[in-house]
Design a protein around this ligand. Structure first.
Ligand code: PAF
Length: 289
């Protein structure tokens, strides 16, 4: 595995790879790699000749009072995990290297952001698309991999790539779950024993919502209400949102007629958990961008 810290060197390498006709798979991350990232690397490894992973904690996507300085970092462990997953190039730039000057161009995401987690994270996705635009230019990937646990981010990246005609494919990767259905997340360690037992009910609530659609319920308000009631009944967590939207457009609708996302965020004492299911009008899991 080659560890590259310089933008120019990365560009040189990826140009060489492209010219040799090899296909590049890219997994952008902010490090502190977990099972979700590992699934992305495994998918990318299988479908491409060359696997590039970036680790860069992007200051532009952290708002005031958010945890940029305390964001968990463990470079040694990440390097080992990347080696284990047969990464060819690990791109590890520092902030100076990525943003040598205050950016002159500001990017603004116009849609898909005033819902779900984006509602309370003003400007977050502007920072995400800025760094991804830079990374896509540098890495020149054929395919990029995004986990559907953060389905809103995947939907925004889908729009970035389509709107700005990036010549690459966005590959959505299913959420990795514990045996009882809880979506894997580095935040799960902050759950108390009792909360951990309750947390599995979030996935059960999502399945209940999907089952209602399978049984013929097409009104999103009814589904949302049932899911909320279930979470309130089975957990002590505080619901931040339960929303049902079209996917990947993330707009509201009156009746389920196409692909939709049913998404929740629940605040426990020290951990805020998010999860979702994406399915079609018949309730069949379908995770298309
Ligand atoms: O999902 C993340 O870790 C980040 O938002 C990403 C895509 C690496 C951009 O900084």
């Amino acid at each position: 595995m080659e560890v590259i810290k310089s933008v120019n060197l990365l560009k040189e390498r990826t140009e060489q790879i492209r010219q040799s006709g090899r296909q590049i798979g890219f997994v952008p991350t902010m490090g502190y790699l977990h099972e979700g990232h590992q699934a992305l690397m495994e998918n990318a490894r299988k479908a491409n000749d060359v696997l590039v992973v970036s680790i860069f904690v992007n200051p532009l996507q952290f708002g005031q009072g958010e945890d940029f300085d305390t964001y968990p970092r463990d470079e040694q462990r990440d390097k080992q995990l990347a080696e284990d997953h047969k990464v060819d190039i690990l791109f590890l730039p520092d902030v100076e290297e990525m943003y040598p000057n205050k950016p002159v161009i500001e990017m603004k995401v116009a849609c898909r952001v005033d819902v779900l987690c984006g509602r309370s994270r003003n400007g977050h996705f502007d920072g995400v698309v800025t760094v991804l635009t830079k990374l896509f230019h540098l890495v020149q990937p054929h395919r990029v991999y995004f986990g559907l646990k953060d389905a809103q981010q995947a939907a925004v990246v889908d729009a970035l790539v389509k709107d700005l005609n990036f010549p690459l494919e966005v590959v959505p990767v299913s959420t990795v779950r514990e045996e009882d259905g809880l979506a894997k997340s580095s935040r799960n360690v902050y759950l108390s024993k009792e909360e951990r037992l309750e947390a599995k009910e979030i996935y059960q609530a999502l399945q209940l919502g999907r089952q209602l659609v399978i049984d013929g319920e097409k009104n999103p308000d009814t589904v949302v209400k049932e899911v909320e009631d279930f979470i309130n009944k089975h957990t002590h967590g505080k619901i931040d949102y339960v929303e049902m939207l079209t996917f990947p457009e993330l707009t509201t609708f009156d009746l389920v007629t196409g692909q939709v996302i049913l998404a929740v965020a629940v605040q426990f004492e020290k951990a805020r958990l998010i999860d979702n299911v994406i399915f079609d009008q018949n309730g069949h899991i379908s995770e298309r961008l």
